[in-house]
Design a protein around this ligand. Structure first.
Ligand code: F6P
Length: 320
């Protein structure tokens, strides 16, 4: 193999830069040229790329975001877009492609594979909704961001006997809200996968304050409801002073955690090794501490990872 390409696609996350760096350094160590494609699949269509050297990736490891930039590319959903993408990569002499992104990006990777481009996908999405991997890249950093914010909120909430409703990302997946609730000691996690009863929550909150507790935190995934609406419902029902915090894109940025840096190093190097070993159409995953390859066909067919029942039980046992 003489030349491979790497791109980041879909919503960005911390650890993408560290992964690009690992792909570049592993490629160069094997005498392979590495092409960095700008703005995900859009850059493939626009032939927007640069040759990456070891120097191009120096000083990038600790930076959030992605210096190659990312995009959600609608044209890659169409047959002509997919055909053009494959032709452009072949025209550039790309013999292997590493796609760093979420489920939509992996679907794009699979279409390229079907058109003869060898691809390895790396799961990267703060939602942690990609199946066949315990953790996706960026999840740990996002959780650390949330925990830091909630710890700060708890201080001020306690000073005023307040309830805070904290909205995390997760349109269809409650992992972030649930894991953050367990890790921050929040009373409740409201997730899109499960219905909730606001009256029951209010009764529990009132009891909690009657017991002399001085704060309550409700984590709500964006797909389960709007923090502002839930806060209003609590105010209307039990008259508590309630405040909100919508964490939004803050969760996606920042310097990657040590966990994400190590994961990035392992994923990046393993992706190059897999391509060198002739693998294609596979997604790397972390399962029980080991890296495994799963057919993209299988990961795509499986859809979204279901809510972790163990985590749910922890949150229910340890919350209110
Ligand atoms: O998929 C990752 C994610 O961060 C979701 O949690 C969130 O709903 C979405 O991306 C936000 O997308 P955008 O950056 O396009 O607003």
């Amino acid at each position: 193999m003489k030349r491979l390409a790497v791109l980041t696609s879909g919503g960005d996350c911390s650890g993408m830069n560290a992964t690009i760096r690992a792909v570049v350094r592993a490629g160069l160590a094997n005498n392979i040229e590495v092409v960095g494609i700008q703005k995900g699949y859009q850059g493939v269509l626009d032939r927007n790329y640069q040759l990456l050297t070891t120097k191009s990736v120096s000083g990038k490891l600790q930076l959030g975001g992605t210096f190659l930039q990312s995009a959600r590319c609608r044209e890659m959903l169409t047959e002509p877009g997919q055909r053009l993408a494959a032709e452009n990569l072949q025209g550039l002499g790309i013999e292997g492609l590493v796609v760093i992104g979420g489920d939509g990006s992996h679907r794009g990777a699979q279409t390229l594979r079907q058109r003869g481009i060898p691809v390895i996908a790396i799961p990267a999405s703060i939602d942690n909704d990609i199946p066949f991997t315990d953790m996706s890249l960026g999840v740990d950093t996002a959780l650390n961001n949330i925990i830091h914010a909630v710890d700060c909120l708890k201080d001020t909430a306690s000073s005023h006997d307040r309830t805070f409703v904290v909205e995390t990302m997760g349109r269809n997946c409650g992992y972030l809200a649930l894991a953050a609730a367990v890790a921050s000691g929040a009373e409740y996690a409201l997730v899109p996968e499960l219905p909730f009863d606001i009256d029951q929550i209010c009764t529990a909150l009132r009891r909690r304050y009657q017991e002399g507790r001085d704060n309550s935190i409700l984590m709500v995934a964006e797909g389960a409801g709007k923090a502002v609406e839930i806060a209003d419902q609590i105010k209307d029902r039990i008259g508590f002073e309630t405040r909100i915090m919508v964490l939004g894109h803050y969760q996606r940025g920042g310097s990657p955690s040590t966990f994400d840096r190590l994961l990035a190093a392992r994923f990046g190097v393993a992706a190059v090794e897999a391509l060198l070993a002739g693998e294609s159409g596979k997604m790397l995953g972390l399962r029980c501490g080991s890296l495994v390859l799963t057919d993209l066909e299988e990961t795509i067919a499986a859809g979204r990872k279901p809510l972790d029942p163990g985590l749910l039980k922890l949150s229910q046992t340890l919350g209110i």
